[in-house]
Design a protein around this ligand. Structure first.
Ligand code: COS
Length: 372
């Protein structure tokens, strides 16, 4: 993808950022030895890409969701860890502030996030209730003009390195008893566990966020009390389109690896599995089109829950299938853990799990069909 969709000059900046910043560090990121997530976002800020969706009046690039998916796909094709770091920062880490933030909150935080000075994270999941988000136990108790937050969030992308967390916590019962808060990492009572040792995405930090009597000013509640579940779900609608784009980039990279090996082997007189290669291209191209369609719907406004779920489900399943085919086509070299197909295969799996498992996407899709 190289078209300049919104005429903001972003396509050239994205291509330059990927070539100059991401590609050189990709092998180190895949080993978990690359720069920290905040450093990746700082570098994006220096390239004018840490606030793609943020209006220019707050220091962002004023781009569209089609620009955003172009960015995430391009980065993921070079390195999937950097893609998820940037995706979370730009989508679920920043978009709730863009949509639900008041002027005071926007003016205090958006410039830092869009400039890449601060890294943003999204804290919804808890150890006891990943898919059942309403079952969260983290509490926010109102005490005068502050809320006191107690609880623990799990599997948080950027935990330990982020500067600002969007935290969902319980202020009442049920889905309407959840509120969203802007919580600064430097505040007393905020701490993070060590990054998890994951199967893939070794360059992206994922870990626990602990909130121990954290006093959050009421001015940092995002939206009204009780709308936190809507904040989280609408953030995930758009976030899932970003994960779809990440999956497309991973699939494309796996296909690139398979093509490189197949061309080399064909040159040496070996047969090429044209069926596998054609099927990989069809899956990747179809996933890209569904992702672009969902991104265009986000740009058009309105609710995209169904189309985001369809894109996320299809693109992430396609990405795992394509990466697995790449491992098969590149065998036996792909048995090495640093082989591009092996790296993609490990990175691909998480896309089916985070920002709502693919089983949850099926629940969302089926509910729409059964109730609309
Ligand atoms: N946008 C806006 N509002 C939404 C919404 C969306 N996409 N999805 C649900 N809501 C609202 C509903 O309209 C409902 O509001 P009312 O009470 O006013 O009617 C409320 O939220 C509760 O919705 P629902 O009854 O559908 O909640 P459920 O407990 O059944 O949960 C699922 C719905 C399973 C879809 C939700 O829990 C989910 O997405 N889970 C996965 C969480 C996830 O993605 N975690 C990953 C975190 S980031 S790695």
């Amino acid at each position: 993808m190289s078209t300049d969709i919104s005429g903001t000059g972003l396509a050239g900046r994205i291509a330059g950022f990927v070539d100059d910043v991401i590609t050189p560090i990709a092998p180190a990121m895949a080993r978990g030895e690359g720069p920290s997530p905040r450093r990746i976002v700082e570098a994006a800020g220096e390239a004018g890409l840490a606030g793609i969706l943020t209006p220019a009046s707050f220091g962002g690039a004023g781009g569209t969701h089609r620009d955003f998916i172009q960015f995430i796909e391009s980065v993921a094709r070079a390195d999937a860890s950097c893609a998820v770091i940037l995706d979370v920062h730009l989508s679920v880490g920043t978009e709730p502030l863009l949509i639900f933030g008041n002027d005071d909150q926007k003016s205090r935080y958006l410039r830092k996030l869009a400039g890449g000075e601060w890294l943003a994270a999204f804290a919804l999941t808890e150890a006891g209730g990943g898919s059942d988000a309403v079952a969260m136990r983290t509490r926010a108790v109102c005490d005068g003009d502050t809320y006191v937050l107690d609880g623990a969030k799990a599997f948080i992308t950027g935990a330990g390195d982020a500067d600002l967390y969007i935290v969902m916590a319980r202020t009442g019962d049920g889905a309407r008893g959840i509120s969203a808060f802007l919580v600064e990492a430097a505040w007393p009572g905020v701490s993070a566990g060590a990054p998890l040792a994951k199967m893939g995405l070794h360059g992206s930090w994922t870990g626990e966020l602990v909130l121990d009597g954290v006093r959050v000013p009421a001015a940092n509640r995002l939206g009204d009390e009780g709308v936190g579940f809507t904040v989280a779900m609408s953030a995930l609608d758009s976030g899932r389109v970003g994960i779809s784009a990440q999956a497309v980039g991973i699939a494309q990279a796996a296909l690139d690896a398979a093509l490189e090996t197949s061309r080399r082997r064909a040159g040496a007189g070996s047969a090429v599995d044209v069926t596998a290669i054609a099927d990989m291209e069809v899956l990747t191209a179809a996933a890209r089109q569904l992702t672009r369609y969902a991104a265009a719907l986000v740009d058009a406004g309105g609710r995209v829950t169904l189309d985001a779920a369809i894109a996320k489900l299809y693109a992430t399943d396609a990405c795992v299938a394509v990466a697995q085919s790449a491992v098969d086509l590149c065998a036996p070299e792909s048995g090495s853990d640093s082989h591009p197909a092996a790296v993609r295969f490990r990175d691909a799996k998480a896309c089916q799990i985070y920002e709502g498992t693919n089983q949850i996407q099926r629940v969302v899709i089926a509910r729409h069909l059964l109730t609309d």
